[in-house]
Write a new protein. Sequence first.
Length: 235
Amino acid sequence: MITPHIEAEVGEIADIVLMPGDPLRAKFIADNYLTDVIQFNKIRNMYGYTGYYKGKRVSVMGSGMGIPSMGIYSYELFKFFNVKKIIRIGSCGAFDKNIKLYDVILVDRAYSDSTYAYVQSGSDEKFVDSSKNINYKIEQVAKSNGINFIKGNIYTTDVFSFYRHTEGEKDIIKEYNCIASEMEAFALFHNAKVLNKEAACLLTVVDNIATNEIIDADKREKSLNNMIELALSSI
């Protein structure tokens, strides 16, 4: 074991990793999309698997919920396991009533008012970009496969949007042109920047604050196929 959180040996994890928040979604992807699968992590039930998708070696591992959890796992994958690229495949809440449940969002930039970047590396940045290289590839694959997506900025928050009780989020949405919120991408993008790696993020809309619509937990785990297949095809 190289870190307290990941029990894999160097070489057991592919150089590109897909990271859903939910470890059970990682298991679902491994069980239903990959061949010749090995499980490389089960510490804290944060399942990680390596296998092949159409002949391409890829790993999939849960990140957990929130900036600190994504911060730990993505940092360790980049720093200690020679991972070069991570694509987060997660869920988000839309702000616009015209964005529908199950719509796929390709993240351009992530804004956060978290102190993660400052504490981790002394950076005062609040906006961090995703990889233009990975995004370009995802866009090309989406167009060639007829998969619709929305590209835009998102807000990475420390507090689940339905539990926020301040008006600050409305100002963030307007000032930074954020179309949805989630809780992990900013930490992933910042770690990639600090460690000279690449990271991107695909999100499926599972709730909408404007319409109060929400998808139940079982469907969140198993019914995000367009996003999953787009990420896998892009590797």
